[in-house]
Design a protein around this ligand. Sequence first.
Ligand SMILES: C[S@@+](CC[C@H](N)C(=O)[O-])C[C@H]1O[C@@H](n2cnc3c(N)ncnc32)[C@H](O)[C@@H]1O
Length: 218
Amino acid sequence: MARRSDAAVHHPVFARWYARFSVAAETRGGLGVVRERLLGGLAGRVIEVGAGNGMNFSHYPGAVSEVVAIEPEGRLRELAREAALRAEVPVDVVPGVAEALPVKSEAFDAAVVSLVLCSVRDVPRVLGELRRVLRPGGEVRFLEHGPGGGRAMRFTQRALDRTVWPPLVGGCHLTRDTVSALRDAGFTLGPYRRITLPEEGPRLPYSYCVLGSAVRPS
Ligand SMILES: C[S@@+](CC[C@H](N)C(=O)[O-])C[C@H]1O[C@@H](n2cnc3c(N)ncnc32)[C@H](O)[C@@H]1O
């Protein structure tokens, strides 16, 4: 029997919503600029986990020789394949889940997770997989949302996490702390900074983000 974390990720309603929301957020929410910062300076072989509809693909720099993009959700994977055709670097879109990456060990120079660790079923297991597939000294680039704001916002985030948010938003959680999780998984934190998305305007429960890098020790 398949383990729960190996089972297919099937969120058709979320997939349809995200396909629209992510395109609007790219320009109106300023996410395109943030994706440039997330991926700037990358080179060599990259694995992107939970690639969604492929919004990062057009932002990879030319020094990237290949992106293997893992996406478990069928509709989003289809859209990612279309985005891959428009990308300037070679992108191979592959089904799979982050908890059991269908790739060889130590095969990648960098791994990218953007707005994904909130949704996976088992964060420590996913980070263990990223350690496995990165070469020693390889880098994780991350853009993730998490807990933030004042007491009222944090209370709201916790309440939403316990109730409607995960079932309504494709398994997303609002209170996961990516920086602590990376440290606990044995990564060495590189530079990171807290940002809010969108930068201007009202703060939403998913506005509190962290953007940065971490290294797999040799
Ligand atoms: C909010 S979307 C982000 C998509 C993309 N990374 C981006 O930056 O636009 C979350 C993505 O995580 C994927 N996902 C959910 N659970 C996953 C898992 N266990 N393994 C890999 N990807 C997963 C979803 O299918 C979805 O594509």
